[in-house]
Design a protein around this ligand. Structure first.
Ligand code: NDP
Ligand code: 2IT
Length: 451
């Protein structure tokens, strides 16, 4: 960063947000890109658009008290950041994970504003969650927690105000419990959550959307920049949740070979290609651990994640799709991937690469697709769910999937064209994503008067 205005904004941001490392990391990555836009467009500095853009419109912090199966009172912290509503109602997922805190929620909210802008759909950005740990909880406890969480959240959301969805630890089951509680309290069948069950307003292909979308995005980038595709390529995928599972599925459909999956305890290498049926049985049916895969599939190997052990990123591949969590891929991992000849990294997760890892990819000619672009298919399909709810119709799987593919390809083309306009390197999809996402939000903010 060299521009004095951008530097000043970043220094102030760090002061105000001391002790929030993920949030500062996300801000730095965005400001590094926006320097180009600031230099081209003096209206940004004149109207203090960077400062206004970085400051969330609202941050809500609340108590969630609930009764566990043993009759004990449990207390967790709940959060919602309503980050920016310039281009539509706040929209973004809810995460249940013990690591959730203000830094995590605000970094995710900030990323969401740019991501939602890139989708081309009218959605502002928000994010929420709790430090509730779903692992090992009974179905009844999950329901109790979701109901308690919504008993506070309901007053802050609405179909034209703020529309949450799932994220880590929140899938169809949790969205269903939260939707039921909202409806009971408000007595109104609102399209107030997305990722709902198919029997009560959910959209076909929403479950698949983030993983599928990530592959559509990467496939388009490969086609335009390298005249290549997934066909015949070896693909390393991390995570084994919603995003990872459907990235595995789409990779196979596109003719690629996914050879890894992981969870927070360890990772699987299956040189024969991940067996999707076994993966879904372990994760979706039994809600088990990924270690079981190696017990069931001959020829596959499980490596525990612990200091000294090799990481998943040591596996040689053409395509890497990090689909687990933030900062799961560091500079050493990036060096391994580059040394092994990776062509493209497309992020299914939010901010999975550390900033130095992202720089390393870009500096070494790897096509780098940041999460805010590559994983936008989930929220885009949430937007399609809202459209279907609004017209009280349901589209077929094929129709939603075709729209998703079209949106992911146009996100790539928008970044590509922005990159050309600003003279950005073709493999750097980060700078263009930040500029293109910001441009639309900034324009809407300017035209709506000071807020
Ligand atoms: P899930 O809860 O379905 O799966 C999360 C996966 O990531 C699990 O395999 C989990 O392992 C692993 N994981 C979570 N935390 C950690 C950690 N601290 N260290 C190592 N592994 C971890 O979540 P999703 O698949 O929905 O989300 C994955 C990523 O994709 C997140 O970054 C999310 O923000 C992002 N995303 C999700 C979208 C969606 O529509 N669901 C849309 C766009 C982005 P374990 O079971 O051991 O915790
Ligand atoms: O990070 C994300 O984009 C999501 N978790 C999905 C948000 C949504 O509203 O579908």
């Amino acid at each position: 960063m060299n521009n004095p205005y951008v530097l000043r904004v970043f220094e102030d941001f760090k002061k105000i947000n001391a002790g929030k490392p993920e949030y500062i990391q996300a801000c730095q990555e965005i400001l590094e890109s926006l320097e180009l836009a600031v230099e081209k467009n003096p209206a940004i500095e004149k109207n203090r658009l960077l400062e206004r853009f970085l400051e969330p419109e609202r941050f809500i912090h609340f108590r969630v008290a609930w009764l566990d199966d043993a009759g004990n009172i449990q207390i967790n912290r709940g959060y919602r950041v309503q980050y920016n509503s310039a281009i539509g109602p706040y929209k973004g997922g809810i995460r249940f994970h013990p690591s959730v805190n203000e830094s995590i929620i605000k970094f995710l909210g900030l990323e969401q504003v740019l991501k939602n802008s890139l989708t081309t759909l009218p959605m502002g950005g928000g994010k929420g969650g709790s430090d509730f740990h779903p692992k090992g909880k009974s179905d009844n406890e999950i329901m109790k927690f979701c109901q308690a969480f919504m008993t506070e959240l309901y007053r802050h959301i609405g179909p034209n105000t703020d529309v949450p969805a799932g994220d880590i630890g929140v899938g169809g089951r949790e969205v269903g419990y939260m939707f039921g509680q909202y409806k009971r309290i408000r007595d109104s069948y609102d399209s107030v959550l997305t990722g709902k069950g198919l029997s009560f307003g959910g959209s076909l292909a929403r479950t698949e959307a983030t993983g599928y979308g990530c592959c559509y995005f990467a496939n388009k980038a490969l086609e335009v920049l390298k005249n290549e595709s997934f066909a015949g390529k070896t693909v390393v995928i991390s995570g084994s949740g919603n995003v990872a599972t459907y990235a595995v599925e789409k990779t196979i459909q596109l003719g690629g070979k996914p050879v890894t999956v992981s969870d927070s305890n360890g990772w699987i290498y299956d040189p024969n290609g991940i067996n999707l049926e076994v993966l879904k049985d372990i994760k979706e049916v039994k809600r088990g651990r990924i270690k079981e895969y190696a017990e069931r599939v001959p020829g596959s190997v499980y490596t525990e994640s612990k200091p000294g052990n090799p990481t998943i990123w040591t596996i040689k591949c053409d395509i890497a799709l990090p689909c687990a969590t933030q900062n799961e891929l560091n500079l050493d991992d990036a060096k391994c991937l580059v040394a092994n000849g990776v062509t493209i990294v497309a992020e299914g997760a939010n901010m999975p690469s550390t900033l130095d890892a992202a720089h390393y990819f870009i500096d070494n000619g790897v096509i780098y697709g940041p999460g805010k672009a590559a994983n936008a298919g989930g929220v885009a399909t949430s937007g399609l769910e809202m459209s279907q709810n609004a017209i009280r119709l349901s589209w077929t799987f094929e129709e939603v999937d075709a729209r998703l593919k079209g949106i992911m390809e146009s996100i790539f083309m928008n970044i590509y064209n922005t990159s050309k306009k600003y003279g950005i390197k073709e493999n750097d999809l980060l700078t263009g994503a930040n500029i293109a996402g910001f441009d639309k939000v900034a324009d809407a903010m300017l035209k709506q008067g000071l807020f």
